[in-house]
Ligand binder design. Sequence first.
Ligand code: TYC
Length: 102
Amino acid sequence: MAAQGSDGTILETTRARVKPPPLFKVLLLNDDYTPMDFVVAVLQSVFAMTRERATQVMLKVHHEGMGVCGVYPRDLAESKVEQVLAFARKHQHPLQCVMEEN
Ligand code: TYC
């Protein structure tokens, strides 16, 4: 908030608080049809994971139903989801990917 001083200067009476931008988790969902090695390849190419890390995440999704691929600002999360879905569609796999506010 601002107030006017007696000499006309503007005084800041409170500090401007700017919220940090919201972050979104990108989640991969399990299904019964997408091959495991395809999921590993997607995680490596879209999320820049090593083969070892991608295998861990894929197995977590396979056993637990979903898993976090990464946490990003909105635009980047939307782009990652689109890349995964486009790649899956292109290869006719039903792999699903969603984002959720953190
Ligand atoms: N459940 C799949 C299978 O047995 C593998 C899989 C893992 C699919 C992770 C999707 O997000 C996924 N072939």
